[in-house]
Design a protein around this ligand. Structure first.
Ligand SMILES: *[C@@H]1O[C@H](CO)[C@@H](O)[C@H](O)[C@H]1NC(C)=O
Ligand SMILES: *[C@@H]1O[C@H](CO)[C@@H](O)[C@H](O)[C@H]1NC(C)=O
Ligand SMILES: *[C@@H]1O[C@H](CO)[C@@H](O)[C@H](O)[C@H]1NC(C)=O
Ligand SMILES: *[C@@H]1O[C@H](CO)[C@@H](O)[C@H](O)[C@H]1NC(C)=O
Ligand SMILES: *[C@@H]1O[C@H](CO)[C@@H](O)[C@H](O)[C@H]1NC(C)=O
Length: 397
């Protein structure tokens, strides 16, 4: 692996300056607003001192606007943290910080005078990132999905995300003790998702989060959850615990075990296996995998899913293809080839198309209450399917 990664180092030492990722593919452009929601009723289980759980969010809303402006994909302080973080995590010598520092996302101007306003009542998708990965690694994907007519809210979960910088400038870092008791991992993430739904109907909280919208709550009758890796698992767990979540999509996330909340019987008392965190549920669930391999935690969960359910995999991908990193490399004029082992060989734009097409087809069907509304992509043999995507299992479709 080392020679390959050494090439990557050379490529990334080429200076990248202010490069723009492609416009989102859908029929809308997107507005982007970032802000926090604080849950004063829950202390952070991984904070050193009692601290209310404070989420940071990016809200992508579909909008009609004829012109866009380039905005940095993440704060400099977050970008600066990523190079060393990825070097340590993946034992690579390349420094990805410049790639993140220089990336620009085209979004509608926040300037009212330019006649840009967000679609008012589009369905809402709540997105959770992979373990310790900031939500900013999914900006391009979130904006691609939003451009198809969805409000996409990406969530940074404190103590999980490697660094969160709050509006007042203070930062909270990942607390690796989460890994000491992974049974605790998913619960705060799922509860965070439910908290965001609570706040969507809180006029005061929405006015603070989205000043341009003002004190107008969102309707919460069309909300669904998705995520990558542990965030994808959390989306399914959250949907199984919160009936307001109409459906879920798990991008390549093993569903780690956890103990049931206090007071509930453990289904694992007679076995060493941690109990399944997913409760029996009826909402539709889509799993998207990076390889032709059935994750045993998915098959274990399968019988608890009474609604439409499907497992697909995308060829030539890895666990990390489910992020913006391949797209950013390409947009910066870097080859993704040296990174094939880490990021897969599928063309970055094709992966964005696949994830956007399957996610939006599934969610359209979810909100229509009718899987037919998802169109041909959800059928076994149908024109319009992507040749690199195969259905591994499906039920109730
Ligand atoms: C990490 O979380 C543990 C609880 O699991 C807590 O005792 C510890 O103080 C936290 N560490 C930091 C640096 O916040
Ligand atoms: C989106 O913005 C681009 C400019 O960046 C513009 O060319 C395009 O027409 C806009 N699309 C829509 C649907 O508003
Ligand atoms: C990290 O890479 C170096 C070579 O650059 C290698 O010697 C070392 O064993 C690797 N460490 C781990 C933990 O894989
Ligand atoms: C609504 O949001 C405000 C501002 O964050 C907060 O003070 C208030 O407690 C919230 N109300 C409820 C019912 O959560
Ligand atoms: C996957 O890789 C094979 C071999 O290079 C290629 O033939 C195929 O078109 C690729 N599929 C996708 C979706 O990239």
């Amino acid at each position: 692996m080392q020679p390959i990664l050494a090439i990557g180092l050379l490529l990334l030492t080429k200076r990248v300056t202010g490069y723009l990722v492609p416009n989102p593919p859908g029929k809308y452009n997107v507005t982007l607003t970032t802000g926090s929601l604080i849950d004063y009723s829950r202390n952070d289980p991984y904070a050193a001192t009692p601290t209310p759980r404070a989420l940071m969010l990016s809200v992508f809303q579909p909008a009609k606007c004829a012109s866009t402006v380039p905005v940095p994909i993440m704060p400099d302080e977050v970008a600066d943290y990523q190079g060393p973080f990825l070097q340590e995590t993946f034992n690579i010598s390349a420094n990805f910080t410049p790639l993140f520092l220089e990336a620009r996302l085209p979004v509608c101007s926040s300037d009212h005078a330019r006649g840009c306003s967000a679609l008012d009542d589009s369905p809402i998708l709540l997105f959770s990132p992979g373990y310790s990965i900031p939500r900013f690694y999914y900006n391009v994907l979130a904006s691609a999905i939003a451009s198809e007519g969805f409000t996409v809210i990406t969530i940074d979960h404190p103590e999980d995300t490697n660094i969160i910088v709050y509006p007042d400038g203070h930062a909270v870092y990942n607390n690796a003790s989460i890994l000491d008791s992974p049974t605790w991992d998913l619960y705060p993430l799922a509860a965070d998702t439910s908290f965001v739904i609570d706040q969507l109907s809180n006029a005061t909280a929405i006015a603070a989060l989205l000043p341009r919208r003002g004190p107008r709550p969102f309707r919460t009758y069309r909300v669904a959850a998705l995520g990558h890796s542990v965030g994808g698992a959390a989306a399914v767990v959250a949907a199984s615990r919160d009936p307001r979540i109409r459906g879920a999509i798990n991008w390549d996330g093993t569903i780690l075990g956890m103990s049931p909340p206090a007071g509930e019987p453990s289904s694992s008392s007679s076995s060493p296996q941690p109990s399944l965190p997913v409760r029996p549920m009826a909402q539709p669930v889509l799993f998207m995998s990076h390889q032709n391999f059935l994750d045993p935690t998915w098959t274990a969960t399968w019988e608890r899913l009474a609604g439409p359910k499907m497992i697909v995999y995308v060829e030539n991908t890895t666990h990390y293809t489910f992020s913006d990193v391949p797209t950013l490399l390409q947009a910066a004029g870097q080859s993704t080839e040296p990174w094939a082992e880490l990021l897969g060989t599928i063309a970055p734009a094709e992966m964005v198309r696949v994830l956007t097409a399957y996610t939006t087809a599934w969610m359209r069907a979810v909100f229509a209450g009718n899987m037919e509304a998802g169109g041909p992509l959800l059928k076994e043999t149908a024109p319009g399917r992507f040749p690199g995507v195969s259905i591994l299992m499906k039920g109730n479709l």
